[in-house]
Structure formats: structure tokens, C-alpha cells
Design a binder for this molecule. Structure first.
Ligand SMILES: [Zn+2]
Length: 427
């Protein structure tokens, strides 16, 4: 078995390389639809480590009709590339593993809110800032450099590992689903999202919808006959905030969210309306999101969304808005306690931190649901520290990156087992 201290030493010794590697990775502006260059670079990096690399698009994988598939609003799935690098040991004795990270990042927002260009990552002491460094390119660096350190210490994992970098995590989860559709399976999955050194016990679901509010257009001279779609949009927003309040009330009776203040969020992420200053706007289009609690079905939530719109419409005497389901149709997920995978992670965490692994309830979703809910693969979402994800000046803690890399290396050593490379070459 492993000599953990040699692996830790290799991780410490590789720190500068790992920091540079993360900096290069975070330099790719891999927002939705622009992931290909980043994935091509990663395919080369995995291949250089002796992994058998397969790249394929979501379109090639064929995900339509699968459980967990969310509607694609506007992406070209023939160009949405997934990368899987597979390690196959010389002699296999341990348990197989999927290590997954998403490389899609959310748009950086206004440049002027950043202290530096968002895709020119900056290192300042023990912090690196840049769009996507924390969510979650640092996790990709951790899983790759954990593998490097195991090799540098003279070992190879004694079980099959798939290193997977996916797209679409931030809007549908269809990248992770594509790897499953392609046939990649393992006895456990670990997704190292930055989570303050904690393991996700429960995560919320998310439903995205596009509401097209219909007003009545008129010249401003006849403004009394007109109904501004932009003005009445506010009535719809208030009604959905009311729906979120009802869900939050329900959350107070949910074992996983009762202790979390107002876990259910409703938000309008994008809004557009009107086409001429001198006309009363006839349409207002809002892209909205509401969270889903454990135990709620997607159908139930969608029915509530529809009924809420109809009620507002009736009150205002307008025509019913169009509702389109445009992205996440994601159920909540609760990691069943007591799995061997969780115990192995807890042991690895304790080995590095000297304290017990804590679990928590995440007020967002992640890709683990695709593995856990639909493929019966114990799926762990766990990772280190940083801040500002989805905001300006997103940053990740580089000391934390090193600690998490050590946890992942120990997890691999204990879950997959290790072969001594010198023994293999002797054979
Ligand atoms: Zn993420």
C-alpha cells in the first residue's frame, strides 16, 4: 500500500507547477459554447500523462430522452466537447473511480467590476483570481495533480480511473450525462467543487423557465388603452417571489433544509422587453430560475410555475404568457449516508486535516445528481476554499488547493489501491 508521506511530499514539491497549470487552464474563456479550445488543451494534458483519451460531443453521445436530460436552449451540441482520460492499471485490484470536473464557466459580468481581466488570472500571495478558478478549474487541477503525485512517488492507482472534464454544468448538467450515455461507469464518483472542505449531503434542484409576458401595445397617445409588458412583468416577479416564499415555508419541514434560512431562491437572470421608446412595450421576456426541494417532483414545480402565471394573468385580464423550459430541469439529490465511498473520503480528509469530515446542505445543484439519481453510483461533491464564484474577482485559495489535492490522492490510494511502479517494471 501507499506511503502517504511520499505522495504528500510530491504534491508539495509540485506546487509551483500546479499553480502555473491552473493559471493556464483558467486563461481559457470557456463560457458556454466556447469550451472546445480548453477541452483540446486538457485532452493533450491527459494524454501526456499516459491516459487513454476519448473526446466526443454531447450530440455524438446521444442524451435525448434519458433521465436527467435538460432542454438545450441555443447551444450547438455537436461542438460541446467532453473529455475522458482513462487510467487502466497493469494489475487491477481496487475499486474503480470517476473524477469529474466541469470546465464551463459563467460569463464574467462587467469588466469594470474586476480588478484585472477575468481571463488573465492573477496570483496574489496564496490567492489566484479569475473567472472559473474556483468554480471549478481548481478542482480539475487537484484531480490531475493528485494523479501526478502518485506517479512521482513511484505508484499507479490499482483500479480503473476516468478523469472527466465536462461542459454544461452551469446550465443543464448535460455534459456529465453525456459521459454516462457514452458508457463511462465506476464504483464511485468524486466531483471536487470548492465547498469549504465539506461534503455535500443534500443539494437542491433547479428549474429554469422563460416567461414571455404579453402586454397590449399602443402609441403613447393612447397610453390608457395600452398595458406595458414591462410594467406588468413586476406583477409576475412578485407572484414568483410568493411561490418561493411558500417553498421556503415547506423547507422549514424538510430534514435537510429546516436549519437553512430561506434556501429556496427565485431569480430573474435575464430580462428583455420593448422595441421602441415611443411605444408601450407589447412583450417582456424573462429568464427565471427557482429551486427545488428534496421530495418535490419537477412536474409538481412546473405545474406551480404555470398556475402562478395563470393567476396573475387572470387578475390583470391579459393573455396567458408563454412558458418555455429552457435549461436546468434538475431534481434535488441527497447522498445516502453510510456508503463505503463516503467513509473512504472521510478517512482521507481526516488524514490531511486531523478533524472529522463535515457534511452540509448545498443551496444549489451540482452534477453529482446525474450519477447518484440515475446510475446508482455513489457520488461525492467535496472540495476546498475560495470565494466570489459567479461574481467579479472570483478567487481560490492555493494552500487549500494543495490540501484538497492531498485528500484526493489519499482517496485514490485507499479506494483504488496502489501498485508500486518498480514491481510492475520488474515483471
Ligand atoms: Zn461548479
Amino acid at each position: 500500500m501507499s506511503d502517504g508521506s511520499h505522495i504528500d511530499d510530491a504534491i508539495d514539491a509540485g506546487r509551483d507547477l500546479q499553480v502555473d497549470w491552473l493559471k493556464t487552464l483558467a486563461g481559457f474563456p470557456s463560457t458556454r459554447g466556447h469550451e472546445a479550445a480548453c477541452q483540446a488543451w486538457l485532452a493533450g494534458e491527459l494524454s501526456a500523462r499516459g491516459l487513454a483519451v476519448e473526446t466526443f460531443s454531447i450530440a455524438e453521445a446521444g442524451i435525448d430522452g434519458l433521465a436527467g436530460c435538460s432542454p438545450n436552449d441555443g447551444a450547438d451540441y455537436a461542438a460541446s466537447i467532453q473529455v475522458v482520460g482513462t487510467h487502466t492499471p497493469k494489475t487491477e485490484s481496487g475499486k474503480s473511480l470517476i473524477l469529474q470536473g466541469h470546465i464551463d464557466v459563467v460569463p464574467p459580468g462587467p469588466d469594470e467590476d474586476w480588478d484585472h481581466p477575468p481571463f488573465a488570472p492573477r496570483v496574489d500571495g496564496t490567492r489566484m483570481s479569475g473567472r472559473g478558478v474556483n468554480d471549478m478549474k481548481v478542482g480539475v487541477a487537484e484531480m490531475v495533480f493528485a494523479f501526478d503525485a502518485i506517479a512521482a512517488a513511484g505508484f499507479e492507482p490499482a483500479a480503473r480511473i476516468h478523469f472527466q472534464t465536462v461542459s454544461e454544468e452551469e446550465c443543464t448538467g448535460n455534459g456529465a450525462l453525456a459521459t454516462l450515455a457514452r458508457g463511462y461507469r465506476a464504483e464511485a464518483c468524486l466531483i471536487p467543487e470548492s465547498l469549504g472542505d465539506k461534503l455535500v449531503r443534500a443539494q437542491l434542484g433547479s428549474v429554469w423557465f422563460r416567461l414571455t409576458v404579453k402586454g397590449r401595445a399602443a402609441h403613447l397617445m393612447d397610453a390608457n388603452a395600452a398595458v406595458s409588458a414591462i410594467f406588468v412583468a413586476q406583477d409576475y416577479i412578485a407572484a414568483y417571489q410568493g411561490l418561493a416564499d411558500r417553498y421556503n415555508d415547506r423547507a422549514t419541514r424538510c430534514e435537510h433544509y429546516a436549519h437553512v434560512p430561506s434556501p429556496i431562491g427565485f431569480s430573474v437572470g435575464k430580462i428583455a422587453g420593448g422595441d421602441w421608446v415611443g411605444s408601450v412595450p407589447a412583450r417582456c421576456v424573462m429568464d427565471c430560475r427557482i429551486n427545488v426541494l428534496p421530495g418535490q417532483t419537477l412536474q409538481e414545480v412546473r405545474t406551480d410555475i404555470q398556475a402562478t402565471a395563470e393567476k396573475v394573468t387572470e387578475t390583470l385580464g391579459l393573455s396567458v404568457p408563454d412558458i418555455d423550459w429552457i435549461g436546468f430541469q434538475a431534481e434535488a439529490y441527497v447522498l445516502p449516508p453510510g456508503s463505503e465511498a463516503e467513509a473512504t473520503l472521510a478517512q482521507a480528509h481526516e488524514g490531511v486535516f486531523g478533524s472529522q469530515l463535515e457534511t452540509f446542505s448545498l443551496t444549489a445543484t451540482s452534477d453529482v445528481r446525474q450519477y447518484g439519481l440515475y446510475y446508482d453510483i455513489p457520488a461525492l461533491c467535496y472540495g476546498g476554499c475560495g470565494g466570489g464564484s459567479h461574481a467579479a474577482n472570483e478567487w481560490t485559495d492555493l494552500d487549500s488547493m494543495i490540501r484538497t489535492t492531498k485528500v484526493i490522492a489519499r482517496f485514490i490510494a485507499n479506494w483504488c489501491g496502489l501498485n508500486r511502479l518498480s514491481d510492475i517494471s520488474d515483471n
